[in-house]
Design a protein around this ligand. Structure first.
Ligand SMILES: C[C@@]1(CC(=O)O)C2=NC(=C\c3[nH]c(c(CCC(=O)O)c3CC(=O)O)Cc3[nH]c(c(CC(=O)O)c3CCC(=O)O)/C=C3\N/C(=C\2)[C@@H](CCC(=O)O)[C@]3(C)CC(=O)O)/[C@H]1CCC(=O)O
Ligand SMILES: NC(=O)c1ccc[n+]([C@@H]2O[C@H](COP(=O)([O-])OP(=O)(O)OC[C@H]3O[C@@H](n4cnc5c(N)ncnc54)[C@H](O)[C@@H]3O)[C@@H](O)[C@H]2O)c1
Length: 205
């Protein structure tokens, strides 16, 4: 398995099935702004609301092969093993496909995720224990708290500024390393520390 971050904003994604597992996957997909279609004769209350509010498209029907035509990514999440297997069989080799009850037939798994703005931390056990993945995720979530969202935004703003204003690559690298340290993050105002850091480098011959 090769870990990646996928750009799926506005891309067509089909989730087959409308139960609790489908709902969890849909919520994650919407966080990434995918264009989600759910194919299922019945859906959870939350999925129904999402459909009513225009956040997803709901095809109220049993799965048929043409439902996944043109889909960039497909999730088979029914409670019927045979239906999930059919979805796996009709998917084209280039389609990304996740079969929720068959990790080996899937060409990707959904990891357990901590999101802090631009910071994403994913945990996967390759299907060995989703429960362990979730536990580790919760431990990590306590370490990397909400402040990281603002901190990572600050790092990006610095990065852009420094790439534009500092020509020497080794000085750039030193600054990038310093601003990513724990002592920098914990020591007072970031903007002030950065100003001092840049001034110090500018004074050097
Ligand atoms: C991480 C997470 C992401 C998400 O779904 O969003 C996710 N499962 C989560 C939770 C969870 N899933 C299950 C339980 C019940 C307890 C248990 O079984 O342990 C719990 C715990 C709970 O709900 O608390 C049952 C289960 N899961 C799979 C099977 C089929 C099988 O194993 O064959 C069965 C049924 C087994 C049966 O029939 O009994 C398979 C998969 N589940 C995966 C992902 C992929 C591997 C990820 C990895 O290993 O790292 C993979 C391979 C495919 C996929 O779905 O992508 C999400 C945590 C979200 C969070 O962080 O909150
Ligand atoms: N991967 C995971 O994270 C994970 C976690 C728990 C369970 N599971 C597995 O996922 C399966 C689904 O779990 P659930 O709790 O969402 O089940 P559920 O019973 O709540 O929902 C099943 C859904 O599938 C739909 N469905 C059934 N036949 C269909 C068809 N032919 N076409 C389209 N839709 C159809 C039903 O209408 C229903 O909405 C379980 O059977 C279990 O094996 C996977």
């Amino acid at each position: 398995m090769y870990p990646v971050m996928l750009q799926i904003a506005n891309k067509p994604v089909v989730v087959v099935g409308g139960g609790d597992v489908a709902e969890r996957k849909v919520v994650g997909l919407l966080e990434a702004n995918a264009a989600v279609t759910v194919v299922s004769p019945a859906v959870t209350k939350a999925l129904k609301e999402l459909a009513e509010n225009g956040k997803i498209h709901w095809k109220e029907k049993l799965f048929s092969a043409d439902d996944i035509d043109g889909a960039f990514l497909v999730i088979a999440a029914t409670n019927d093993r045979h239906v999930n297997e059919t979805v796996a069989q009709v998917a084209k080799p280039h389609q990304l496909i996740n079969i929720v009850d068959d990790p080996e037939r899937s060409n990707f798994h959904v990891p357990s995720v901590v999101r802090r703005g631009k910071l994403t931390i994913s945990v996967s056990t390759n299907g060995a224990s989703p429960t362990l993945a979730k536990q580790i995720r919760n431990e990590i979530a306590n370490i990397y708290d909400e402040e990281y969202e603002r901190y990572v935004d600050f790092l990006l703003a610095c990065r852009r500024y420094i790439l534009q204003h500092i020509d020497d690559a080794s000085i750039r690298r030193s600054i990038f390393q310093t601003i990513a340290t724990e002592s920098f993050r914990k020591n007072g105002t970031w903007e002030e520390q950065l100003r001092e850091l840049i001034a110090r480098y500018k004074k050097q011959p």
